[in-house]
Design a protein around this ligand. Structure first.
Ligand code: PLP
Length: 427
């Protein structure tokens, strides 16, 4: 079925297998599922392209994309074909055997990045865990560091496992979960002197800095792009003192920034980088890529049951190939410029409410003024009333991360909805 046919079906979703005999209610959901999310009162049932429909048949323009994940939008024919093909052929076998789809996906990533080798897992947090383990083993076995420290940035986000909430430089994610994992130290983002001081101070004690883990653009922390000069100095510093530079590309990578990898905006290459979210277009997959330091892990030292199985790799490969074949990065750049220009025009009309619009490609943030009561969740709710899904990135930043296939008309439609939402709140 083509994307056009799916879009034309509009509010007439095909009956879904599991749900056909179990009508959905939010009460029964809440009684069965742990309340780890503060959910909006919307139950999404189906999607096509950049649109999703709820159980009442209401249509939304999706500028959340599963939080920067649905690269090709919903029900893209290439994904439908790849999912069907792969499930019919072979979906899961152990990594005790060779998996051709995994090898092909790894080769695609290597051909399109600075990586020399790939490790596959299931999520961004797990990819970062793998990077942290690799950095620690490298510190112990090559750098001869007894107590290695990994520097991370304030306002960063690296995941929800114990090590990755510790790496995350935001205390709100760590509260109640101590004792945290030792071996992390935080520095302000985009501030090279803070890194230099931390390296010196830590080296004077019992610890030594072994690696820096950092996002090329901070996503959850408020859509803050990395500064080119800072990252170039960071690369030089890591080379001079022989420590690893690790980039978390989980949110900004895989084409979302208008370039395949966020580091391409900064003119530097990492030693290790991680990916997840957009890599599988919505199929759960994570990956940790290494340049040079490829033989640090030996058999048995790191693993994942599901990591890189034929199903996820076959589908992720189709996402990667579609990105390339359909020249989607060009669309990301053009639509990103259109979106930022439109948001800046709205900001100019509401200077007391909106202070800045920033981002790369199709990861953009609209910062609300600290002087108003207006919060990002309020703007998101008002946008939902206008039929547009958005997501906050902190209390004062509204994030725009649509599927990378979003059209010019859809960006215009989203801008109209944002303007109406702001107008409804600004009165
Ligand atoms: N790293 C970054 C930069 C992220 O934005 C996220 C998720 O938002 C993660 C890591 C964690 O990814 P996951 O939720 O797939 O574990």
């Amino acid at each position: 079925m083509s994307l056009q046919t799916l879009l034309e079906q509009g509010t007439n979703p095909p009956e879904s297998g599991v749900l056909a005999s179990h009508p959905f209610s939010t009460d029964s959901f809440d009684s069965a599922v742990m309340s780890t999310y503060a959910r909006f009162p919307i139950t999404l049932e189906r999607g096509a392209g950049c649109r999703v429909w709820d159980t009442q048949g209401k249509e939304y323009l999706d500028f959340v994309a599963g939080i920067a994940t649905c690269t090709l939008g919903h029900a893209h024919p290439a994904m439908v074909e790849a999912v069907t093909r792969q499930i019919q052929k072979l979906h899961h076998v152990s990594n005790l055997y060779y998996i051709p789809e995994q090898g092909e996906l790894a080769k695609w990533i290597i051909q399109h990045s600075c990586a020399d080798r790939v490790f596959f897992c299931n999520s961004g947090a797990e990819a970062n865990e793998a990077a942290i383990k690799l950095a620690r083993k490298y510190a112990h076995t090559v750098l001869d560091i007894e107590n290695p420290i990994i520097l991370t940035a304030n306002a960063s986000f690296h995941g929800r496992t114990l090590a990755t909430i510790t790496a995350t430089g935001q205390p709100k994610y760590q509260k109640y979960f101590d004792p945290l994992v030792p071996g992390f130290h935080y520095v302000p983002y985009n501030d090279i002197s803070a890194v230099e001081s931390a390296v010196t101070e830590l080296d004077e004690g019992d610890y030594r800095v072994a690696a820096i883990l950092i996002e090329p653009l901070q996503g959850e922390g408020g859509v803050r792009p990395g500064d080119v000069e800072y990252f170039q100095k960071l690369r030089r510093l890591c080379d001079e003192i022989g420590i690893l530079l690790i980039f978390d590309e989980v949110q900004v990578g895989m084409g979302r920034s208008g370039k395949l990898w966020g580091y391409e905006h900064l003119g530097v290459e990492p030693d290790i980088f991680t990916s997840a979210k957009g890599l599988g277009g919505g199929i759960p997959i994570g990956a940790m890529m290494s340049k040079k330091f490829c033989d640090v892990f030996q058999p048995g030292e790191h693993a994942s049951t599901f990591g890189g199985n034929p199903f996820v790799c076959g589908v992720a490969l189709s996402v990667c190939q579609t990105l390339e074949k359909e020249n989607i990065l060009q669309n990301v750049e053009a639509r990103g410029e259109q979106l930022r220009a439109g948001l800046r025009a709205i900001a100019a009309k509401y200077p007391h409410h909106i202070t800045e619009v920033r981002g790369w490609g199709l990861i953009n943030g609209m910062e609300l003024s600290a002087d108003t009561q207006l919060t990002a969740p309020e703007v998101v709710k008002a946008a939902i009333n206008e039929g547009l899904l958005l997501v906050p990135a902190g209390p004062k930043v509204v994030r725009f991360v649509p599927p990378l296939i979003v059209s010019e008309a859809e960006v215009n439609e989203a801008l109209q909805a944002v303007e109406k939402a702001i107008a409804s709140l600004a009165v």
